[in-house]
Design a protein around this ligand. Structure first.
Ligand code: HEC
Ligand code: HEC
Ligand code: HEC
Length: 442
């Protein structure tokens, strides 16, 4: 009797001791880890999406923990304890049947892509084994005015129009909130140039791998795109153009609303400026320019640095007659400052990517005033605000506030130039003197 008491008592003691040492103490220690700087708590919508993520069993196949292994590199940086500060139960997952989703909001920021993929993964990833989740959507006969249709490729579209239901919207909001804040601020352009230039003048293996990781989900591994939904890059005029400015601009800042070979695309192309180094962007672009029958002139990382700084790029391999020398140097501006000011003052309404909020705040990507050659209307809207104007046939209930008393001429010029060079916009730049002039005018 005494012996069995000693055995059971002793093992209980050892078990309790180990549980405290290996479970409770690390738990207490980890709960004191501060959130990674830049990490945001979930909004109510995102929190609901997290519940959908759990109830649909997404974590059976997807992890949210990037290991410090080279194989995990495409998914983001290795996870840090502070990344989970706002997660009540961490959805780490254990089965890696699908890619890690810790940083999916950065890697695949297009909500439209996410909707198409959830509705039918094989519509965008032909070889996907992920199940479809059509019950997160509704098939309606008539599109309700406040909704946007999911632009499914025709062969995957049912009879009517597909829109996400509340669960679907919440889930995508949650997926897009999964962004790893940078542990060390990245410095665009600070990446040293790799020594290994292949026979083509660039590292073809790296270019192909980067394209597969970042672009193939929409444009297809063979650059064929998805008809009607994502444009092909094989034979694309921008990819084959001698002057690479538009090509680099599309990859850095994203693109939307263009008519490419007579076809308009619903989904925007995401921006990659913050995710890829200059060298990586150059390698991807050179991969596109030398694959699938394309014959565009190659570029270098220095071209991407120049494009980031908004310097005009050389045309190359073009007959001399076509190179038109610029008479007066185009004004330049501090792109980083413009971007920051826009984030602080405008993004709440117009969106960080200038997409606006349909029906509530107008998009600035593709906006007529932002792309107008004469910047007077653009500057006046900024100085004095705007209300009651119909933009692209749409009236807005809210007013655009005036900024004349809040920002200097230099700051207004920087913001305007940011808008005019971002998201596919191509408006001519303005100078602080232009603002001064219109401020003085009654
Ligand atoms: C049976 C396993 C399985 C389940 C369950 C599953 N997925 Fe997937 N998922 C995959 C596979 C495999 C891929 C890679 C192929 C592809 O992109 O479709 C993938 C890809 C993805 C991607 C794209 C990742 C990238 O890096 O491009 C996202 C986002 C995603 N899944 C979200 C979800 C969500 C949300 C759910 C739950 C509603 C879910 N998955 C359920 C297997 C699964
Ligand atoms: C979420 C889907 C998506 C991803 C990911 C994506 N693109 Fe795009 N891309 C698009 C769409 C949609 C367009 C057309 C945009 C428009 O209508 O203006 C486009 C347009 C382009 C164009 C311009 C074609 C033209 O003729 O104007 C280039 C070049 C391009 N993409 C390259 C890339 C590269 C390089 C990557 C990876 C670094 C990439 N894309 C990733 C969806 C995507
Ligand atoms: C409180 C929300 C809000 C904020 C903040 C805001 N805007 Fe607006 N903006 C609007 C609304 C609403 C309209 C449309 C007004 C109308 O239809 O008359 C608009 C219109 C515009 C237009 C005119 C578009 C056109 O085609 O006429 C520009 C340009 C613009 N905003 C730029 C900016 C910039 C730059 C900032 C930051 C300095 C900014 N907005 C901040 C809500 C906002």
């Amino acid at each position: 009797m005494n012996r069995s008491l000693a055995i059971s008592g002793g093992s209980t003691l050892i078990y309790t001791g180990l549980a405290i040492l290996m479970g409770v103490l690390p738990g207490i220690w980890l709960s004191k880890v501060p959130p990674t700087p830049g990490l945001k708590p979930l909004t109510p919508l995102e929190a609901r999406g997290r519940d959908v993520y759990v109830s649909e069993g997404c974590f059976y196949c997807h992890t949210q923990q990037v290991r410090p292994l080279s194989g995990d590199k495409p998914f983001g940086r290795p996870s840090a304890p502070g990344d989970y500060a706002y997660q009540t139960t961490e959805l780490l997952g254990s089965e890696r049947n699908g890619p890690d989703l810790s940083n999916i909001g950065t890697r695949q920021s297009s909500s439209i892509w996410q909707y198409i993929h959830l509705y039918q993964p094989r519509a965008v990833v032909p070889q996907s084994i992920m199940p479809a989740f059509p019950w997160l959507f509704r098939d309606v006969d008539k599109l309700p005015p406040e909704e946007k249709a999911v632009p499914l490729p025709p062969q995957f579209a049912p009879g009517g129009t597909v829109i996400p239901n509340d669960d679907g919207k919440a889930l995508v909001a949650y997926l897009l909130s999964l962004k790893q804040p940078a542990l060390v601020p990245t410095q665009p352009g600070a990446v040293p140039l790799g020594p290994s230039r292949g026979p083509l003048g660039f590292d073809a293996t790296k270019g192909a791998a980067l394209f597969a990781d970042n672009c193939a989900s929409c444009h297809g591994a063979e650059g064929k795109g998805v008809p009607g939904t994502f444009p092909p890059l094989a034979g694309d005029p921008v990819v084959n153009a001698a002057n690479p400015t538009a090509h680099i601009g599309a990859v850095l800042h994203g693109l939307s609303g263009n008519v490419i070979n007579g076809q308009k695309y619903e989904a925007p192309m995401p921006a990659f400026a913050d995710q890829l180094s200059d060298q990586q962007i150059a390698d991807i672009i050179d991969h596109e320019r030398s694959s699938w029958g394309n014959r565009g002139a190659l570029i270098s990382a220095a071209d991407v640095v120049a494009a980031r700084a908004n310097e005009p790029l050389q045309k190359r391999a073009t007959p001399a007659a076509q190179v038109s020398p610029v008479a007066t140097p185009a004004p330049t501006f501090d792109a980083a400052e413009g971007s920051k000011l826009f984030t602080d003052n405008c993004a709440v309404c117009h969106g960080a990517e200038g997409k606006g909020v349909p029906g509530a705040f107008p998009p600035l990507a593709g906006d007529q005033v932002v792309n107008a050659t004469d910047p007077a209307e653009h500057i006046t809207a900024m100085l004095r605000g705007l209300s009651g104007k119909a933009i692209n046939g749409q009236k807005y209930q809210v007013e655009m506030p005036p900024f004349a008393d809040r920002l200097t001429d230099q700051q207004i010029a920087d913001i305007i130039n940011h808008e005019r060079t971002s998201w596919g916009n191509h408006g001519p730049l303005v100078t602080p003197a232009d603002i001064t002039k219109l401020r003085a005018k009654k």
